[in-house]
Design a protein around this ligand. Sequence first.
Ligand SMILES: Cc1ncc(COP(=O)(O)O)c(C=O)c1O
Length: 204
Amino acid sequence: IIASPSEEYKFIIICSPAQSYYGGEVRVKIAEKFSRAADGGFGFTKAAGNYAGQFYPTNLAKEEGFQQVVWTDASTHEYIEEAGTMNIFIRLDNKLITCPTGDRILDGITRKSIIELAKDRGIEVEVRPIKVSELVDGIKNNTLKEMFGSGTAAVINPILGFGYKEERYELPKIENSYASILKQQLLDIQYNKIEDKFGWRYKV
Ligand SMILES: Cc1ncc(COP(=O)(O)O)c(C=O)c1O
């Protein structure tokens, strides 16, 4: 017997209510050694293997008091990529930044929606690689105002702090965060409470 794909598949969709993955406080560990995805792989998909490989490093991070790992690029670990089930945004001063998607990063629908909503509000949005050092410097010089994850389950999950190379960093607490404003707007569109000028709602 050799490992081989099946010759027959059954495609099954299971619908079920789900809780938010993480409620409350989220602090993340920035990956320094482990990797979630590599070029030429399937990091961009919701494939089971992508999640299985995250359990062990995430459990190690949990033992240190973090809820999630923010993965970094597999070759240099110098750039942040995404979290276990969320794309990542940072706010430097008043600019919202998220890294480009590709082979290694899931092209989340919530990420896309947030980029559109933010631009529509006149918030400057940059899609470009983000260095881990920008986060550390941003805390030191007070320019890192926010960091949050985006995904269908939690919509937007603010990140209160992160750990990197034995150091822990806390983000400032701010009023009227982009995270809270954009989350509310997206929820209001989803729940049919405000006009949907983007044409996202679909009658079923
Ligand atoms: C690895 C990963 N990245 C990002 C996301 C966010 O994607 P979406 O906004 O489409 O839910 C998910 C959602 O499950 C995910 O599993």
